[in-house]
Design a binder for this molecule. Sequence first.
Ligand SMILES: NC(=O)c1ccc[n+]([C@@H]2O[C@H](COP(=O)([O-])OP(=O)(O)OC[C@H]3O[C@@H](n4cnc5c(N)ncnc54)[C@H](OP(=O)(O)O)[C@@H]3O)[C@@H](O)[C@H]2O)c1
Length: 255
Amino acid sequence: MRSRLESFPDASVALVQGASRGIGLGLVKALLEDAAFETIVATCRDPASAGDLRSLACDRLSIRALDVTDPAQVENLGRALDEEGLRPSLVVNAAGVLHGEGFAPEKKLEDLDMRALERVFAVNAFGPALMLKTLRPRLAREGKAVFAAISARVGSIGDNRLGGWYAYRASKAALNQIIRTAGIELSRRNRNAIAVALHPGTTDTGLSQPFQANVPAGKLFPVEQTCDYLLSVIDGLTESDNGGFFAWDGKPIEW
Ligand SMILES: NC(=O)c1ccc[n+]([C@@H]2O[C@H](COP(=O)([O-])OP(=O)(O)OC[C@H]3O[C@@H](n4cnc5c(N)ncnc54)[C@H](OP(=O)(O)O)[C@@H]3O)[C@@H](O)[C@H]2O)c1
């Protein structure tokens, strides 16, 4: 088995949050094929219904239940890592919601709905903040350590020319601010660690499915391609990238 993630120490631990399907599942598959990572912890809300993830079962994969919007579950994850002596060198927070039962991205102000706003913010922004709170003291202290949150270009305020999608855009902008702020704290408290927000590019998953008709040819990435891009960006990150917002091709995105 070869290693593409050569910037990480040998026998590292990776943790992927939101691994039941889509990009999170693709990242678990890619990490299992990478020699750099001895243990991959994959979390999802309901492992019993995550058949694709469970089909990857092997000695290196540890699957755990985690609803990222539940602070008690996030704390439990932290305690479980302590008990197993696992200190992740790489954490990818992949979970995100754009649409769900009873809600869709807003086209206009009248579409705003308090429950949808709360749900989207809870998964996309508050969950990753809880993950940072719990995992910061548990990140590997030796070698490179990365906390990567999968954000979205539409969370860029400077790049917003189309409007709409209030909850999703604003939740990703909030996530970006959380990452920026955590990056500053990491530079003081975890000097080997880097926090980044990453835009995966439009990817063929359930999240983008209802909106794929408007995507120009060649701009809809298969999950495997996106995961390759994201892991290359993660591998290339250095201290000077801490707190940044980058696209799948490694280019910085304006806030
Ligand atoms: N696909 C794209 O084109 C695109 C573009 C830009 C950014 N992104 C971002 O990329 C990330 C991954 O998206 P995707 O395309 O892979 O979406 P997806 O296929 O819809 O997968 C979303 C994942 O989030 C998980 N999730 C939802 N709520 C959760 C919660 N409360 N706790 C834990 N996990 C939860 C889902 O788990 P369940 O199976 O339990 O529901 C699922 O694993 C998201 O952050 C998304 O915003 C995607």
